[in-house]
Design a binder for this molecule. Structure first.
Ligand code: NAP
Length: 307
């Protein structure tokens, strides 16, 4: 086992990301003691039952006491409130980070509550599943997936290096990014696709009422993939859209223009346009596989049966 990077780490919020961090830190021997806090008694009870964290506390202030690293693993919309709650209990010299899917609004909401003698570095593991809660985490979640660190002005180099080492120890590939650039990139790669999936499943649900259960019965790979994404946590995703408004609206505007162009190509029988477009998009899938960010197995390796 390697030497721990931090003696004491506190995880605030005990869902998919926090629990995966706990198991990944344990796997790598990266932290001495890991403490945890979640809002509801139910979640804290579950965490105690499954051995999630070395100590579970009934208040966030107790959980962060003496911690060298505190990671906020709560929905984006409550990061500021949680930062205000823990601020008086933070140890001087501690590092505060978060795992929120949006960075500019989180930095603006958290920063003002923190005392000058702590280091704040935003973070975002670009890894997840549609499951949530303390039981959904697993140590391998971050393996070979990117975690983006978003330092704020004046972030301490030593604190950044330690946080980078922690994420690398948890299996992640780490890069630093500016908050606004982060929010635009993620609007393209994650936020707008989620909204489109939610919409498509919503449309199918309306149709289901017309066609009885055929949408479920004959659901093919395309629709099933949308339903997986559209099963993601409603609170988390509500907060993502409300807190990454500009970038998401910008990308959805572009998406709508492209959709109209494809609609027109279908109406006018412009097969060349459709063929060229689909050839271009196919190459993007190849790029993702070559970068090791997904499997090249048919149907994501889920089944041997072609649909
Ligand atoms: P999750 O499984 O839904 O868990 C959220 C946790 O936050 C729960 O333990 C919940 O406590 C706690 N919480 C909610 N409101 C709180 C409050 N006001 N005070 C204290 N605790 C509170 O969420 P997750 O998927 O781990 O996501 C956590 C963060 O990671 C989010 O900011 C999200 O944007 C980001 N993220 C998610 C993914 C993903 O794919 N899921 C990927 C990358 C980043 P209770 O259980 O007691 O309600």
């Amino acid at each position: 086992m390697s030497t721990p990077i931090y003696n004491r780490v506190a995880l605030i919020g005990l869902g998919l990301i926090a629990s995966s961090m706990f198991w990944a830190m344990k796997r790598g021997g990266l932290a001495g003691t890991v403490t945890g806090y979640a809002r509801s008694e139910d979640t804290r009870k579950t965490a105690r039952e499954i051995g999630l964290c070395d100590e579970i506390h009934d208040t966030a202030a107790d959980a962060v006491k003496d911690a060298d690293l505190i990671v906020l693993c709560v929905p984006v919309g409550v990061m500021g409130q949680v930062a205000a709650d823990i601020a008086p209990a933070l140890k001087p010299g501690a590092t505060i980070s978060d795992v929120g899917s949006v960075k500019r609004e989180v930095i603006d909401a958290v920063g003002p509550h923190l005392p000058d003698n702590v280091h704040f570095i935003g973070g975002h593991p670009v890894a997840g599943t549609e499951h949530s809660g303390p039981q959904s985490g697993f140590a391998e979640l971050f393996d070979n997936r990117f975690t983006l660190l978003v330092p704020v002005e004046g972030s301490d180099a030593r604190a950044i290096a330690d946080l980078r080492a922690l994420w690398e120890g948890m299996g992640a590939l780490v890069e630093e990014m500016d908050p606004d650039h982060h929010d635009l990139v993620l609007a393209v790669t994650s936020h707008a696709p989620h909204l489109i999936a939610y919409t498509m499943v919503g449309v199918a649900d309306d149709l289901r009422r017309v066609t009885d259960s055929e949408v479920i019965k004959y659901s093919a790979a395309g629709f099933r993939d949308f339903t997986r994404i559209a099963a993601s946590d409603p609170t988390m995703w509500r907060d993502v859209f409300l807190n990454n408004k500009d970038a998401t609206l910008e990308i959805l505007g572009r998406f709508t223009e492209e959709l109209f162009a494809l609609q027109r190509a279908i109406r006018t029988g412009d097969g060349d346009h459709l063929y060229d477009y689909f050839t271009r998009t196919r190459a993007i899938r190849r790029g993702i596989i070559e970068a090791g960010q997904d499997t090249d197995a048919p149907d994501f390796g889920r089944s041997k049966v072609k649909t």
